[in-house]
Design a protein around this ligand. Structure first.
Ligand SMILES: Cc1cc2nc3c(=O)[nH]c(=O)nc-3n(C[C@H](O)[C@H](O)[C@H](O)COP(=O)(O)O)c2cc1C
Length: 187
């Protein structure tokens, strides 16, 4: 039997990404977010939803830029820490021994330890209630060439062992069970 629950956002699993922001080292901060996603392929666009009370909120609003850094099993502990501690009280780069790297287009730093950093420029801010949604253009992507297959040029994100967040828990990725379109492929 199915139960009726009060309305809630239970779309899981989701990413748990580390968003880096700030335009100078004194301002640099990292916030862990799960309320984020892709909203358009061409032009490439994505969103993040941030509560106005977060320290990162004003930094992102002032600079209108941020970087989405994909997280990995190795970064799981750091990812959680950056989601329960505030930049008001800590320099998260220093505390977590993360390296702020130069992005190509935005002033916000990338996190060098992340395999994939997506540079974003905010286009619009929508106040929705508890969260404000920052709708952004992707202006550059920085990929660690450690995960690029020299022969094929393919970026193997799975080799970086990305993590997922589901209903309060973090998970490793499981085994591959098919690729795009495999369900209709002729044998
Ligand atoms: C897995 C995870 C997901 C989170 N997702 C969001 C989110 O989507 N939006 C948000 O405003 N806060 C989210 N948070 C909470 C912030 O990361 C947390 O309040 C953080 O301490 C804010 O940092 P700051 O004050 O330095 O900006 C999340 C935390 C965790 C651990």
């Amino acid at each position: 039997m199915k139960q009726d629950w009060k309305p809630g956002t239970l779309i899981y699993p989701l990413p748990a990404a580390m968003i880096s922001c700030g335009s100078n080292p004194d301002e640099y901060n990292i916030i862990t977010l799960s309320w984020l996603g892709t909203i358009c392929t061409n032009p490439p666009m994505c969103y993040i939803s941030v509560r106005p009370e977060r320290h990162s909120y004003n930094i992102i609003k002032k600079n209108m830029e941020f970087v989405i850094n994909i997280t990995t099993e190795e970064l799981a502990h750091t990812t959680d820490w950056c989601g329960v501690r505030s930049g008001k009280d800590f320099n998260k780069f220093e505390e977590m021994k993360l390296t702020p790297g130069k992005a190509s287009i935005v002033k916000a730093p990338i996190i060098e330890e992340s395999p994939l950093s997506i540079e974003c420029r905010v286009k619009e801010i929508m106040s929705l209630g508890s969260h404000d949604m920052f709708i952004a253009d992707v202006v550059n992507v920085k990929a660690d060439d450690k995960y690029i297959d020299k022969a094929t040029g393919k970026f193997n994100l799975e080799d970086a062992r990305p993590i997922a967040y589901s209903h309060g828990e973090y998970y490793k990725m499981g085994e591959n069970i098919g690729h795009f379109g495999w369900s209709v492929k002729k044998k």
